[in-house]
Write a protein that binds this ligand. Structure first.
Ligand code: GLA
Length: 746
């Protein structure tokens, strides 16, 4: 057991040799927070970490007392975890401890995705029951400590134990009171095509938050934030990561009080949220993931990657090598015939590609984005025989076949909308705001989810489809469901995402062999909730190699390379018009789930040969690139912002792949070194530069060198004034490292 409840002191201690999480019942009956950080010796009391005795807030003096699930109205003036309008309308809640339960393993959460265990021995869960006596509101806090990860998973279930309805206005998944505020808040922010850029700011007095009101986790902010010490780097220093296993509206917020303590809370966005609980009903909050790292952001990301990869992602594709795909979108957009697709697939096969994906445009009468979403029937003008013959022809070529869908949407120009206008979200008497000419289906209605399941089940069963790209291309507006009474409209956003999860669950259960990739105009829903259903996500619609450096760097703070779709596309790039070499485009896309997004029929023989070489390189190193430990070496957000570098290394440190990127060239760039990480200092590695072009940069690095040498000295980048012009802008180099058994040193 990694958790204990000491009945004599009423203290909870979760620990696993790397972290400890401590809380205790305070003298006023509330559940106080004691500590979250490097592991502390179990079996002793840590009550001295809190104010003793604590008999309640005294309006001022007690302000900074740390609590596990804070409420307002009786002296704690910081942001609450829980706010409720009880039947009497009073805003006061005092949650007092009633009992606890320690169990092996980890229960799931009704209707919501969560991390999980495969055997009960992998984790211990403590459930703590708190009750507000006057209102009979009950809160069941759940804490799971994993044996193998420096992580606590938290959630809360709010239950109305009274005899009259109550309304929940705010129900966070977790709150964490930290004893000081000397932290930088790191967030992943952006917009369409510029997702998850890293932003960092020092905590300041008052509240600072990120979140989403868009109905999806959004391109703008990500439900994963970090608190790090100002001096923390990739390799050194403390950091906490906070993730929410949720894909809808969220808030991650830190409040710094006048005594310079910091309260973090993370959960469903309270703005616009109001959930009525009839007597006996429960509201289950999404799961929050709390990660601790003593040794830098690199360790924080590695711990999070491992957890997300092994115990959040599920299904048959979790640990399997992901195929190299070619997606039709940027190659032909909506304009294709069945023969054209088969020609593209044949050309892809010739390049070594393993999976051909037919993107948007195969259904209804969809020649552009103005129609047909909701009509999931094959467009016989383009595919006269339907999907099955195309899929079969593709498979006969030796490739798997994949398909794009966008289930949660409807086009006003569609049969579905003509038949069921009430199935689209909207407020009666007001116009519906269109975005990309489409409306959002009301997934709070079970009949809509049933209909979509039936229709999509038919599509996916109609042909040998082994991959699905599930898209979601707009935010929610007019968030109103005619199926809910006026006083329950505040439930719509959450009910909508619960409906989406229900559909995801039913379709992924029905097609367990299919590899699902989630997408929301690129990375608008790249979140831990989606990862529980789809092991990979289309990282961004931006396929430019240089822009992708920042996007993939930021994404890697929380999400493993095996979750990041990354494709080589044509130049000039369709999003930014930039021209980069084929090698640079591949050198960036290698560090994710690799593929192509172009028309393979229009390549020169030289390009075809280069792509064959890329696919061969990727498939030879795929295990390391998809499932190795990812080290961020040089940030595109720091320093001169002109270089970036990262590497992936196998668990046993016998193989690694390094990527180095220089954005703009210089006339006489001078010497530079790139120190590597994670190698075995006692072993020797053969360094093989890719692609092989035979220049000096290649020759000076193509050596057998010690792991110590490569980590303490590093790879060399130098070009004199005569060599520099050949490198040009947007230059990238990849290096494969393999342990030499008894090889001679350099
Ligand atoms: C979204 C996706 C793209 C593509 C288009 C198709 O924008 O992010 O990759 O699938 O939709 O309409």
């Amino acid at each position: 057991m990694h958790a204990a409840w000491d009945a004599s002191t009423n203290e909870m201690h979760l620990h696993n040799g790397r972290i400890s999480y401590l809380a205790r019942v305070l003298e006023d009956g509330s559940f106080g927070h004691l500590y979250f950080g490097p592991t502390l010796r179990p079996g002793v009391s840590y009550a001295h970490l809190s104010r003793r005795p604590f008999l309640g807030f005294s309006n001022r003096l007690g302000d900074s007392v740390a609590r596990e699930y804070p409420t307002g109205g009786s002296g704690d003036f910081r942001v609450p975890a829980l706010a409720i309008e009880p039947a009497d309308g009073s805003p006061v809640l005092h949650l007092a401890y009633r009992g606890n339960r320690v169990l092996a393993g980890k229960p799931g959460l009704r209707g919501l995705p969560t991390t999980y265990v495969e055997e009960d021995g992998e984790a211990t869960t403590v459930e703590v029951l708190l009750v507000d006596e006057p209102s009979s509101v009950e809160v069941r806090l759940s804490y799971t400590v994993f044996e193998a990860y420096p992580v606590i998973a938290r959630s809360a279930v709010i239950r109305n134990g009274g005899s009259a309805p109550v309304r929940v206005r705010c129900a966070m998944s977790a709150a964490l009171d930290l004893p000081d505020a000397a932290w930088d808040l790191v967030t992943l922010d952006g917009t369409w095509s510029r997702e998850r850029h890293v932003a960092s700011r020092s905590l300041a007095p008052g509240r600072q938050s990120v979140g989403s009101l868009r109905g999806a986790s959004s391109h703008e902010h990500n439900p994963f934030v970090v608190l790090k010490r100002p001096a923390t780097t990739e390799e050194h220093g403390e950091a906490y990561g906070f993730g929410l296993v949720y894909s809808g509206n969220f808030r991650a917020e830190v409040e710094v009080d006048p005594f310079a303590t910091a309260r973090l809370r993370i959960g469903i966005e309270p703005d616009g949220f109001a959930w009525t609980l009839a007597p006996g009903e429960e509201l289950v909050t999404p799961e929050a993931i709390l990660v601790y790292a003593a040794e830098g952001l690199g360790e924080l990301s590695d711990s999070t990657h491992r957890l997300f990869r092994r115990r959040l992602t599920r299904g048959r594709w979790r640990d399997r090598a992901r195929p190299v795909l070619l997606n039709s979108w940027e190659g032909v957009y909506f304009d294709f015939t069945d023969d054209a697709l088969v020609e593209m697939a044949a050309a892809s096969r010739d390049l070594g590609v393993e999976l051909f994906v037919l993107d948007d445009g195969w259904f209804g009468e969809r020649d552009d984005d103005t129609s047909s979403l909701g009509d999931w029937v094959v467009d016989r003008r383009k595919l006269p025989g339907g999907l099955a013959p195309v899929a079969r022809r593709v498979r006969e070529l030796g490739l798997d076949f994949g398909l794009w869908i966008e289930p949660e949407m409807v086009s006003p120009r569609s049969r579905l909308f003509a038949e069921h206008p009430e199935w689209a979200l909207g407020v009666p008497g007001r116009p519906r705001t269109e975005s990309r000419h489409q409306l959002v289906l009301d997934l709070a209605r079970p009949e809509v989810v049933d209909h979509l399941f039936g229709m999509l089940h038919e599509v996916l069963a109609s042909a040998p489809i082994s991959y699905v790209k599930w898209d979601m291309n707009r935010s929610l507006t007019e968030p109103f469901s005619a199926s809910l009474p006026p006083d329950r409209q505040g439930e719509l956003f959450h009910r909508h995402i619960l409906g989406a999860y229900d559909l995801w669950r039913r379709l992924t259960d029905a097609f367990p062999d299919v590899l699902f990739e989630s997408c929301a105009s690129g990375g608008g829903r790249f979140d831990p909730g989606m990862l529980a259903f789809a092991p990979q996500t289309w990282t961004s619609d931006n396929t430019d190699a240089i822009e992708r450096l920042a996007i993939q760097w930021g994404t890697s703070l929380a999400y493993p390379p095996s979750s990041m779709g990354a494709h080589v596309s044509a130049v000039p790039n369709h999003q930014v018009g930039r021209i980069t070499s084929l090698a640079t485009r591949a050198a960036v896309a290698f560090f994710g789930v690799f593929g192509y997004e172009l028309d393979p029929r229009h390549l020169t023989e030289v390009e075809r040969a280069a792509i064959r070489d890329q696919v061969a390189f990727y498939t030879a190193h795929r295990e390391v690139l998809q499932y190795g430990r990812f080290h961020r070496l040089r940030s595109p957000f720091e320093g001169d912002r002109n270089t970036a570098a990262w590497m992936s290394i196998a668990e046993d440190a016998r193989r690694a792949v390094v990527g180095w990127y220089r954005i703009l060239n210089r006339a006489d760039p001078g010497p530079e070194r790139l120190r590597l990480r994670g190698l075995d200092p006692a072993r020797r590695y053969r360094v093989t530069p890719w692609p092989a072009i035979g220049d000096r940069l290649e020759l000076v690095n193509a050596l057998v060198r010690g792991g110590d040498d490569l980590m303490h000295v590093g790879l060399f980048f130098e070009a004199d004034r005569h060599e520099a012009p050949a490198l040009g802008d947007f230059h990238a180099r990849v290096f494969a490292l393999d342990v030499e058994e008894d090889g001679p040193g350099a």
